[in-house]
Design a protein around this ligand. Sequence first.
Ligand SMILES: Cc1cc2nc3c(=O)[nH]c(=O)nc-3n(C[C@H](O)[C@H](O)[C@H](O)COP(=O)(O)OP(=O)(O)OC[C@H]3O[C@@H](n4cnc5c(N)ncnc54)[C@H](O)[C@@H]3O)c2cc1C
Length: 470
Amino acid sequence: MQQHIEALKDAKACPLWHDPEVMPEVLPSLATDEKCELLIVGGGFTGLWAAMQAKERKPDADIILIEQTFVGDGASGRCGGFLSTSLAHGETNVAHRFSAEADRLQELGTQNMKELLETLDRYNIDARYEKTGVMDVALDPDSAVDMHSEYKQAKANGEDVVWFDKDAVRKQVNSPTFFGGLWHRRGQDGVVDPGRLCWGLKEVLLNQLGVRIFEETRLLGVEPVGKEGMRANCEGGVIHSEKILLATNAFTSSIKKIRRSVIPVWDYQIATEPLTGEQLEKIGWGQSRHALGDYSNMFHYFRMTKDNRITYGGGAAVRYYFNRGIDEKFAEAPDLYEQLAQEFFATFPQLDDVRFSHKWGGIIATSTRFCMVPGVTYDGRLAWSVGYTGHGVGASRFGARIGIELLGYQPSDILEMQFVTAKVLPWAPEPFRWLGVKFTQNALIKADKNGGKRGLWLKFLDMLGLGFTC
Ligand SMILES: Cc1cc2nc3c(=O)[nH]c(=O)nc-3n(C[C@H](O)[C@H](O)[C@H](O)COP(=O)(O)OP(=O)(O)OC[C@H]3O[C@@H](n4cnc5c(N)ncnc54)[C@H](O)[C@@H]3O)c2cc1C
């Protein structure tokens, strides 16, 4: 049997972060009709942070949070755990779309990160945060040259970046595929265990802040009642509330505007067993522990965990399935896990005795602007914040803030920002959507094989600001 297939043989089809030893029990589902001030739908980071911040702003607010399966079962409990200050998917996207608000977004991102970490401290939530920054690694000499120019530009702009040439980067993390490294320290950027972050927030909301949480409770539809109320039809009962926040990411929404603004893109990951001291020494990564991303269009992201595993995901193993496929069956993707395992061993051939313990997939909510899409309707009674496009661990706390401010919880001047008010281009209907994503993905893979050189289609998309990325 080939090495990568053998190494995957006993991998559990389950997110690494869903560790049964730390996962709390699933709470009872809704069984009767209920009433509250604010109903939050979705038990991922957006929903959890929205409940937290609404309580901070109005401690006596009566809040219910419902989740169709269990808290952390969506993207939040399946992600890579890269915690970034950026609110809009990185500087390039900001420069392209929100250049007039770049400084303000930077300031708000820094404030968001500071408050996020302070909240973890305040409530003693152990999300296994490590301040690692993120290092991009160049996979060929030409990319290393481009990356070095980027480094000089970033340095000139006053950014906190460090350059490693080929020898230096391999001393940080020893891979024969690395030709340069650009370490973005960006303040507090780092990694977390996203599962522990979800369970920690859930515990505080439930036991310290008095938020009522119903799991295994699916929202079926919403409708306004008179001029002041909302009615949410859920499995198990009806919830009457003054306001509703939809924190439902890329899951199919009954609200057309949400449905058209995001598409579900599946992204896959594998995780190794904890590395032994000897294995760690072979790659040297145990010293620096930078979170890594390769410098390409279809980039891999990989990191170490507190117990010295490596999680490895992304690359060309991302998929959009026709007509918004979100069925759990898409998590079974043996060929994609094999592809990832093969790429892992190409990156770290010294780890030829390592085995994978977990493999899993999750849904990224991709918007046409590649960052969050907030919105509000029914005279300020129903709001949403979705579409972080692979960059939502930190940004979702800010998305949650926008969501609750749109519902009237201490609204501030952020609601006037173009970032919040700008109209978002909807995705094209099928089959154009599927064809467009497929075609673009192939063009990106081709560009990566071609030293990053973008073909005509990608140049055209760049012109429109639609060069696809996760
Ligand atoms: C594989 C993967 C890797 C990623 N890696 C990173 C990373 O390293 N760094 C980063 O910043 N971002 C990353 N992301 C993106 C990040 O995880 C998301 O942007 C973020 O978690 C979104 O949080 P959310 O609460 O909006 O959505 P989710 O966590 O998806 O939560 C939405 C919840 O709503 C529930 N729901 C939906 N519909 C209903 C309904 N009708 N009734 C009741 N409940 C409902 C769902 O079950 C789900 O739990 C990654 C995503 C994936 C999938």
